[in-house]
Design a binder for this molecule. Structure first.
Ligand code: PRP
Length: 168
């Protein structure tokens, strides 16, 4: 495995993202919606860096149909416990790849009438998009490599690595 983003670079970026988001929300409460499982570490660090009041909740999504995400069909396997209606909601993703997951979740949550709805992604692979989706806040834009660490896995391994690695 090759290290592409160090622990220190991740920490700096998370702090910077939290600063941008906190400034944009200017003291208003934000509901962070983490997409399990990959976002759990990023969300924990982001939440601790935020300067505005935050609440947290989680969703879990899965692909169905052909059995792969490339089928483009997604369903919610664990929904939020909180109502988003009238709230400032921030979807927290570890990575946006084809964009299918983020776009699906965005549309589902938007239909529940939040006051505002934005997305933050630590990693973005725009070269892999199959649907048009842009996160409001992006940490690192990366090439089309399979990456692990900081929440991202390969067969459930490596989520606990503090940096981001390319699997060769
Ligand atoms: C990853 C990641 C995003 C999604 C992005 O989740 O956490 O949710 O894929 O891919 P997309 O843009 O092509 O839809 P994954 O299904 O690997 O599950 P995990 O978070 O539990 O590891």
């Amino acid at each position: 495995m090759k290290l592409i983003i160090t622990k220190q670079e991740v920490e700096r970026k998370v702090k910077w993202l939290a600063g941008q988001i906190s400034r944009d929300f200017a003291g208003r409460e934000v509901l962070l919606v983490g997409v399990l499982k990959g976002a759990f570490i990023f969300m924990a660090d982001l939440a601790r860096r935020m300067k505005t009041p935050v609440k947290v909740d989680f969703v879990c999504l899965a692909s169905y149909g052909s059995g792969t995400r490339s089928s483009g069909r997604v369903k919610i396997t664990k929904d939020l416990e909180t109502s988003v209606r009238g709230k400032n909601v921030l979807i927290v993703e570890d990575i946006i790849d084809t964009g299918i997951t983020a776009q699906y979740l965005f549309h589902r949550l938007r239909s529940r009438r939040p006051r505002s709805l934005r997305t933050v992604a630590l990693l973005d692979k725009p070269g892999r998009r199959r649907v048009s989706f842009r996160a409001d806040y992006v940490g690192f834009t990366i090439e089309d490599h399979f990456v692990v660490g900081y929440g991202l896995d390969c067969n459930e391994e490596y989520r606990n690595l503090p940096g981001i690695y390319v699997v060769k």
